[in-house]
Design a protein around this ligand. Structure first.
Ligand SMILES: O=C(O)CCC(=O)C(=O)O
Length: 309
């Protein structure tokens, strides 16, 4: 194939991985709060509050919640349960609770996701709160869950939701975290961009189903972790077999060697597990994948960064 002259995009490609930034802490405990979700929003908020408090009392410095934890997961419910996060206060009781707890308990919260209303659009949105209670980042699910596996599962998030437009990486008191929501985990380039931007940990609130859950959920987490040599944390709602959408559960933490460090079945659980960032450098030294990439033959293009240059 004839080669063409380099385009602007080709000239400005990013290297596969930036040097790992020194994290603010080496070791800390993360809690994955796999909680039940009901049609009662007030109960869901009170329940999440209770579980976050329990996790913090056990020593968690970072708490991760599930995808869509304040509402049933359905296109009928998203518009009804949606909150105006930017307006805050009474317009977003779910994120007001997360903000208050992160400040009072001195923890970082990656607040799963909730349906967000912004003008006449709805998003599936994850909010990250720092220990001062401030909203540090807001990730709107980039890849909407539109799938059709005949006889098994059909879901079309795009019937009600709009896709986010921005990858989200955030510096917190517990390291640099890349955020994805559920279906976002299927797209390896997003994780690669986060690794290239120096993420220590990827957090994916998710609610896989009874078809793709058993086959793909753990596989994808381990793949994202081992390819990018970083930690991957996921958090699902607990399973409600009577719900319209039945979640797989199995919230998990995977280490930078692709090893499952902690996981659970489908019932409610708080998984409390230590993250040790010193392993990141150790693994990258022993198995120097990120240095050995053939950037002369193939590279990842960070389109967002290119467009902002
Ligand atoms: O990728 C999958 O198989 C499941 C994704 C999903 O359930 C979601 O994005 O809500």
């Amino acid at each position: 194939m004839a080669s063409s002259s380099a385009s602007v995009a080709e000239q400005a490609r990013v290297p596969p991985a930036l040097p790992l930034p020194t994290p603010p802490v080496e070791k800390f405990k993360i809690a994955l709060c796999q909680i039940t979700v009901t049609p009662d929003k007030e109960r869901n908020i009170a329940h999440a509050r209770n579980k976050i408090q329990k996790a913090a009392a056990k020593g968690a410095k970072l708490v991760l919640l599930p995808e869509i934890w304040n509402s049933p997961y359905s296109n009928d419910c998203f518009p009804v349960y949606a909150e105006d996060i930017d307006a805050g206060g009474d317009a977003s009781p779910s994120t007001a609770m997360l903000s208050q707890l992160s400040r009072n308990l001195n923890i970082t919260i990656v607040g799963g996701s909730i349906p967000e209303r912004s003008g006449d659009q709805l998003f599936n949105t994850c909010c990250v709160f720092g220990t001062d209670g401030n909203l540090k980042a807001k990730h709107r699910k980039i890849h909407l869950f539109d799938i059709d596996i005949p006889g098994k599962i059909t879901f079309t998030e795009s019937k009600t939701l709009t896709a986010g437009e921005t990858p989200t990486i955030v510096d917190t008191e517990v390291g640099r975290i890349g955020i994805g929501i559920c279906y976002d985990i299927q797209f390896q380039e997003l994780a690669m961009i986060y690794a290239a931007r120096g993420a220590h940990l990827l957090c994916y609130p998710g609610a896989f189903n009874m078809t793709t859950g058993p086959l793909h959920w753990e596989l994808l987490q381990r793949a994202r972790a081992v390819d990018n040599q970083l930690y991957v944390a996921t958090c699902s709602p607990a399973r409600d077999a009577g719900a319209g959408y039945v979640a797989w559960g199995h919230s998990t933490l995977v280490g930078p060697f692709g090893e499952v460090l902690a996981t659970t079945e489908h019932e409610e659980a708080i998984i409390l597990v230590e993250i040790d960032y010193s392993l990141l450098q150790l693994r990258r030294t022993s198995l120097p994948l990120l240095k050995q990439g053939r950037g002369d033959l193939y590279q990842l293009v960070d389109v967002k960064r290119l467009n902002s240059q």
